[in-house]
Design a protein around this ligand. Structure first.
Ligand SMILES: [Zn+2]
Length: 159
């Protein structure tokens, strides 16, 4: 008889998004993303971080202060990194698992690559104009959004 307590697809892919977030150097926000095809094959992963070549130790991670002294002009979000990190193939009809609802900039990139579903964990910035803009664009573009339903399962890894 086969195992019955295997991971669901949603648990598996959201688990990978959450694991990827663990790579982020950001003290305040760690976000991970995992893009999968409509055949449940992983196409790409990403997390929020500085652009390639911009040394994590030399870049600012602050949230407040003069714009150029904050992380905001520099950090590449998890979704954008996942989109840009894909090695081959199209993202058409793919879905993206994200630990945090996409900002409006990432929403545009998601739409333009042909991703058709966003599965998100947290929506803590739902009241911000950025996320409202994301939701408007997703609706108009026919991108489905779905909140992940946590199962409470604990996944322990010893690495
Ligand atoms: Zn973003």
């Amino acid at each position: 008889m086969k195992r019955t307590d295997y991971l669901s697809w949603d648990e598996y892919f959201m688990g990978i998004a959450l694991l990827s977030a663990g790579r982020s150097k950001d003290n305040n926000t760690q976000v991970g993303a995992c893009i999968v095809s409509d055949e449940n094959k992983i196409l790409s992963v990403g997390y929020n971080g500085m652009p390639t070549g911009c040394n994590d130790d030399d870049m600012p991670w602050e949230r407040e202060g003069a714009f150029l002294d904050t992380k905001y002009p520099y950090v590449c979000h998890a979704e954008l990194n996942a989109i840009l990190n894909r090695s081959t193939g199209s993202l058409k009809n793919a879905r993206i698992y994200v630990s945090l609802f996409p900002c409006n900039e990432c929403a545009k990139a998601i739409i333009q690559t042909g991703i058709k579903e966003v599965v998100y964990w947290d929506d803590k910035y739902a009241d911000t104009d950025g996320v409202k803009a994301s939701k408007l664009m997703f609706r108009l573009s026919g991108v489905a959004i779905r909140q992940y339903q946590p199962t409470g399962r604990e996944i322990k890894l010893k690495v």
